[in-house]
Design a protein around this ligand. Structure first.
Ligand SMILES: [Zn+2]
Length: 64
């Protein structure tokens, strides 16, 4: 079973599955806009899989 997570910055949709382990802190940057879209401190670590990328993107052109 998976959930849908939507990036609050660019609305990209991800399937989310949870990996259960020890409690740890983490964060995830959006694959599309590169901004931090989630963070957690939990024993359930979310694993995001991008559902669809927005058309018109130019991969590799991001400045960082
Ligand atoms: Zn995003």
């Amino acid at each position: 079973m998976s959930e849908i997570f939507k990036c609050k910055h660019c609305q990209a949709e991800y399937d989310v599955a949870y990996s259960v382990g020890t409690i740890e802190t983490g964060s995830r940057d959006c694959d599309v806009c590169g901004k931090q879209m989630d963070s957690w401190t939990d024993s359930r670590r979310p694993v995001y899989a991008l559902k669809n990328s927005a058309p018109g993107g130019t991969p590799g052109s991001g400045a960082d």
